[in-house]
Design a protein around this ligand. Structure first.
Ligand SMILES: C[S@@+](CC[C@H](N)C(=O)[O-])C[C@H]1O[C@@H](n2cnc3c(N)ncnc32)[C@H](O)[C@@H]1O
Length: 344
């Protein structure tokens, strides 16, 4: 994470070289201090009254192992009428996602942590799930997923979710999270943790052998399913200009072939003092914005516009907070990004 817009190192880690420099997400501020190595946090998701589960509660085991979706079982009397049972316990008004993560990490391993933009994106996806059927049965992709929280939430309603990142250590950790939380997914959802490196040319390496045990490599059937994706999400992937360029080049390849795909990208706007500008600036953010033409999502791209990506900021004030115990603040933005052919 080079450049002027890097993530923030905690004070006690300053002074090390950049590749070993440790950074810490503020999401983990309450975690045991001095703990190194993986830690499991339990993110509690509030359910609005309209979607609260049945009255037979799920075993709320905070280890995350025993969580299951609400079961609805009914008893009928001799005439076939429903026997209403007296409620003995209150309706469940939350569910829990267990996330294995590190509390600090080196810069190349930031995907082992959960970042605030991921929680904001989680709120947005949950809001869509709770208020519409738009995401039911879709194919979805999370890019730069890190621990995979948003992808796993999508798996509650989607048909297929590809949770993607790059590097074995990050993907291994993400796969462990998918395993930990499998009970909260839709029973028929297919969830794949796959390598998608923005610095490699798309399509990714494909294996022909469907029986192969090679982890994280795509097979042909998955790639065919990938192209059917209508919904792409990414959180906190804007922090180095080189990576932003690689990300948009991947998006261009993905979205130009299937322009009906829509991307929701959440980012944390980070400011740093710039010697060149002699001011506090958000250069990484400005670089990201330079890829976007802004306007209404239904308007045609202007003739002569150099921008293929049409960006529209989502008003976060309209998105309730379902993920408990984090402070959203106003340094996180959410963008809806669509693709339109560039006209010269
Ligand atoms: C700051 S973390 C965000 C992780 C997660 N989305 C979150 O917000 O908690 C940035 C993510 O981008 C991923 N990333 C960095 N370079 C990448 C590349 N070339 N291809 C794919 N993913 C990459 C990292 O591995 C990491 O998971």
């Amino acid at each position: 994470m080079e450049g002027e817009d890097s993530l923030r190192p905690p004070p006690d880690f300053r002074g090390t070289s950049e590749s070993e420099e440790q950074v810490m997400s503020e999401v983990h501020l309450g975690c045991p201090p001095g703990h190194s190595g993986p830690h499991i946090s339990h993110f509690i998701i509030s359910l609005p009254p309209s979607v609260r589960g049945g009255d037979e509660p799920i075993e709320d085991d905070y280890s995350g192992e025993k969580l299951s979706l609400a079961r609805k079982e009914y008893d009928l009397d001799g005439d076939g009428d429903l026997i209403l049972k007296r409620r003995t316990k209150p309706l469940r008004d939350y569910f829990v996602v267990a996330i294995r993560h590190n509390i600090t990490s080196s810069i190349p391993r930031v995907g082992l942590q959960v970042w605030k933009a991921e929680l904001v994106l989680a709120d947005f996806v949950l809001h869509k799930m709770f208020t519409s059927k738009e995401l039911d049965g879709i194919v979805a992709i999370e890019l730069g997923a890190g621990t995979g929280l948003v992808g796993m939430l999508l798996a509650r309603v989607a048909r297929t979710v590809f949770i993607t990142d790059h590097g074995e250590e990050i993907l291994d950790n993400c796969a462990k999270n998918v395993h930990l939380n499998a009970a909260i997914f839709h029973p028929r959802a297919s969830v794949y943790v796959r390598e998608l490196d923005w610095n490699c040319s798309w399509q990714p390496q494909v294996i022909e052998d469907l029986e192969s045990k090679e982890s994280y490599i795509w097979n042909k059937t998955e790639v065919e399913e990938f192209w059917k994706a209508s919904f792409i999400v990414a959180a906190d992937v804007i922090y180095s200009n080189d990576l932003t360029d690689a990300l948009f080049s991947t998006l261009h390849r993905m979205m130009s072939k299937c322009p009906e795909k829509v991307l929701y990208l959440a980012l944390e706007k980070r400011y740093n003092f710039s010697i060149d500008d002699l001011d506090v600036v958000a250069n990484g953010y400005s670089h990201f914005r330079s890829y976007l033409r802004e306007g209404d999502s239904d308007g045609d791209l202007e003739s002569g516009s150099l921008h293929s990506f049409l960006g529209k900021r989502v008003d976060l004030a309209e998105i309730p907070q379902y993920v408990r115990d984090y402070e959203r603040g106003n340094d996180v933005e959410l963008w809806q990004i669509m693709y339109g052919e560039r006209k010269q």
